[in-house]
Design a protein around this ligand. Structure first.
Ligand code: ATP
Ligand code: SF4
Ligand code: MG
Length: 337
């Protein structure tokens, strides 16, 4: 793997995904474009239901049957230097890339362990499905090494059933499992949600360390902007199925361009805030089945201009590696729109 942080690993271009529902097509993702470089860590943020999980699961070909990718490409630069469009691969070709090249820990995946199998079986099955001619002893060694890297008692965990270990241990085990075949892109959907603060801190520290040691790229979904500031190099903001901003982390916090990103930053509780002072973005996100023309954030946006109600703003470059979709972006130094 190259050590070059500027070398492109994954690029999504204009991907749209819709769910077939009784009420009609639900536009969960519209024209999404973003990229991740080698060794880069990207955070995907936005309110519940804005399409984060849909976007992430589409990369690993794990969308529910009701979903269809209606446009776009997902370019992945393989280890041999060749670029492939994941959407053009057959199921078999895609399966070969999973775990080895791209792995994902799903949202609320702690329940995804098979309850009647010991953890050891889940590690053995994962390797067996992807590597031929690896002995049980070798698999055991690989599993132990990784579980120790995530600071778990390997022997105890491998011999446990899922219900015998705590939530934090399960999450660390899943992270170890996702790294078992040394992938180049790891996707984590809310890796610390539902864990207590101390366990969250431990997992965060662990992820930072693993990322530095192993050199994989990371796409992680979170609601927590403090995790973003600690783990991300780049922040991708989604609103109502649309990527509205993508920015280097420092610039995201210091100079957000999209009024929604700016609102999210302003809504972070600070120790000095009293309840009265805490800002929250008024209103609710729109229904993704009956979207009206124009910018979907318009009904909630204090920077709205007449054009916002007419036309969807294009996702355009505003600075180096900084993109935004807005007709009236926030000016430098203004902290919320
Ligand atoms: N299987 C499905 N069938 C129909 N609609 C779905 C399905 N899964 C998700 N959706 C809808 O797609 C939209 C995006 O959902 P998604 O789960 O991707 O959001 P999210 O940003 O991950 O939310 P959260 O933060 O709550 O996890 C939502 O409106 C959701 O109701
Ligand atoms: S396009 Fe208009 S409504 Fe939408 S975020 Fe920008 S200023 Fe607000
Ligand atoms: Mg989700």
């Amino acid at each position: 793997m190259s050590n070059d942080k500027n070398s492109l690993l994954f690029q999504m271009n204009n991907v749209s995904i819709a769910y077939n529902t009784k009420r009609g097509a639900l536009k969960a993702v519209q024209n999404a474009s973003f990229s991740i470089n080698e060794r880069e860590s990207a955070a995907l943020i936005g309110e519940s239901g804005c399409g984060k999980t849909t976007l992430a699961t589409s990369i690993v070909d794990a969308l529910p049957n009701a979903a269809a990718i209606t446009s776009g490409e997902m370019l992945y630069k393989a280890a041999d230097g060749k670029t492939v469009d994941l959407l053009k691969l057959s199921r078999g070709q895609m399966r070969r890339l999973l775990w080895d090249d791209i792995s994902m820990v799903f949202q609320a995946s702690q329940s995804s362990f098979n309850p009647v199998c010991k953890i050891r079986t889940q590690f053995v099955d994962t390797v067996r499905a992807h590597r031929k001619g690896v002995s049980n002893k070798q698999i055991d060694e690989m599993s132990r090494a990784l579980l120790e890297t995530v600071h778990l008692d390997a022997e105890k965990v491998l011999d446990s059933f899922p219900h015998e270990i705590s939530g934090g241990m399960k999450q660390r085990t899943l992270i170890a499992l996702s790294l078992l075949l040394d992938p180049r892109l790891v996707i984590l959907d809310e890796p610390t949600t539902a864990l207590d603060i101390l366990t969250q801190e431990k997992i965060l520290k662990l992820l930072r360390q693993l990322k530095d040691d192993k050199g994989f790229s990371l796409l992680f979904i979170t609601h927590d902007l403090s995790i973003v500031s600690e783990l991300a190099d780049k922040v991708i903001t989604m609103y109502a199925g649309i990527i509205v901003e993508s920015a280097p982390v420092k610039e995201f916090f210091s100079n957000p361009k999209h009024p929604y990103s700016s609102g999210l930053i302003h809504a972070i509780p600070r120790l000095t805030d009293t309840d009265d002072e805490l800002f929250s973005i008024p209103g609710n996100p729109p229904d993704l089945i009956t979207l009206r023309k124009g910018c979907p954030f318009a009904p909630r946006c204090s920077r709205c201009v007449p054009q916002c109600h007419e036309e969807l703003p294009p996702f355009e470059q505003v600075r180096a590696d900084h993109y935004c979709a807005c007709w009236n972006p926030v000016s430098e130094g203004v902290h919320h729109g």
